[in-house]
Design a protein around this ligand. Structure first.
Ligand code: PLP
Length: 407
């Protein structure tokens, strides 16, 4: 008898977007003519930067010609891209990351989900609440969670992020092995400073834990004093892995390219306490299960680092951040407490009522779709997330409608 991995039956969060979709369909059926403005799902809306499109097009042309055709590429990513990443993203900012510590992939979702595979099955996982659901679900699938009750799994250490701690998780009071952090945060939009990050690095070194640091929204950081990378903190190289993506930075959500930095010094331990290089294990894992992102896509990502690419990306980020300002100011003028929106495309809003009630209110009274915070964890109860990924015109319309409905 073929049996399933029954851990999958414990999964909860997949219901979130299905539930949102159902409420949207019901709304559309009830009010066929009314337009919905979608500020829910975190997906970019602007077209790819011209520089990336042109690079991709010429790479596609190369693929058509036998002389310039490329078959399987290096599993770790082409050197031309890894060298640009190391130079522009790290070395130019004084962070000593080398090209061979970078692993190019087709997404930070799969990397943040897959990385736990090379760690012990009984490792204790700590993660923020609310949280990007991938970290939690990947560990549930791997059997690191117990039973689910009252919005939480036993065996998982939840780090509450609330108004009381400014949505900055406190250090765990117990031994944990794998720590997920995400800054600028999805869903709260909160951003940590260097001192705050140093506490986590010191904790991980002292407790021989590993930090999995998701910096997918790093490009939205506006204050030059805030850390763009966890490797700006001394000692992080031995206890942290960093995930980055071109999805939100350059509009690659449908094009797919990301990278993960695993420093050569980064270690985990055998049951006898001997250190092992995670770089070597991740290379082994990727070489076995992954065959690289496509050549045209890696050329498109490389074009991000041209002067034209940099200019085009900057313009897009400023566009989304201006949307975020409009949304945040509007909600604050209505008396709602908001986090995020400053170094992040997300605004996390205390609705002062049940998250789904607030979702229904915005949908029915304003025709605006948000994401109910409770879908990201029990600390999200009472909150909604608004996304700035939309056109300026739609954001203005949404703001007007919300003002009319709630003022
Ligand atoms: C969007 C997002 C990513 C990026 O995922 P890709 O697979 O690279 O598109 C990673 N982490 C978080 C928290 C995100 O919101």
């Amino acid at each position: 008898m073929i049996r399933i991995n029954e851990q999958y039956l414990k999964l909860q969060t997949s219901y979130l977007f299905a539930d949102i979709k159902k409420r949207m369909t019901d709304f559309q059926e009830r009010y066929p003519g009314r337009e919905m403005i979608k500020l829910g799902i975190g997906d970019v809306t602007r077209g790819l930067p011209r520089a990336c499109v042109e690079a991709m097009q010429s790479a596609v042309a190369e693929m058509a010609d036998e002389d310039t055709f490329r078959g399987y590429g290096p599993e770790q990513g082409y050197a031309f891209l890894r060298e640009k990443i190391a130079g522009h993203e790290y070395q130019a900012r004084g962070v000593g990351i080398e090209a061979d510590e970078i692993f190019v992939s087709d997404g930070a979702k799969c990397d943040t989900g897959n990385f736990q595979e090379i760690l012990a099955g009984d490792a204790v996982v700590a993660l923020p609440d609310p949280v990007y659901p991938v970290y939690l679900d990947a560990n549930v699938m791997a059997g690191r969670a117990g039973t689910f009750a009252d919005g939480r799994y036993t065996g998982i250490v939840y780090l509450d992020c609330t108004e009381a701690n400014n949505f900055m998780p406190d250090l765990p009071g117990e031994q944990v092995d794998i720590i997920y952090l995400c800054f600028p945060n999805n869903p709260t939009g909160a951003m940590i400073d260097k001192e705050g990050l140093r506490k986590w690095v010191d904790f991980a070194r002292k407790h021989k834990a590993l930090i999995l640091y998701d910096a997918a929204y790093e490009i939205f950081i506006q204050d030059p004093d805030l850390p763009r990378s966890i490797f700006e903190v001394e000692g992080a190289g031995e206890c942290a892995v960093e995930f980055r993506s071109y999805s939100k930075t350059a509009g690659f959500t449908g094009t797919r390219c990301a990278y993960t930095v695993v420093p050569k010094d980064c270690r985990a331990f055998t049951s006898r306490g001997e250190p092992v290089s995670l770089h070597d294990l991740w290379l082994r894992r990727q070489s076995t299960k992954f065959n690289g992102a496509s050549y045209p896509v890696q050329r498109a990502a490389e074009a991000v680092y041209t002067p034209a690419g940099q200019e085009q990306i900057k313009e897009r980020i400023e566009y989304y951040l201006a949307n975020a300002q409009l949304l945040k100011q509007s909600m604050e003028s209505l008396g709602f407490q908001c986090a995020g929106g400053l170094h992040s495309p997300y605004i996390w809003i205390n609705g002062r009522r049940d998250a789904w009630d607030f979702f229904d209110l915005l949908l029915h009274e304003a025709g605006v779709v948000c994401t109910p915070g409770v879908g990201f964890g029990s600390c999200g109860q009472g909150y909604i997330r608004l996304s700035a990924f939309n056109t300026r015109e739609n954001v203005r319309k949404a703001v007007d409608r919300i003002q009319d409905a709630l003022a």
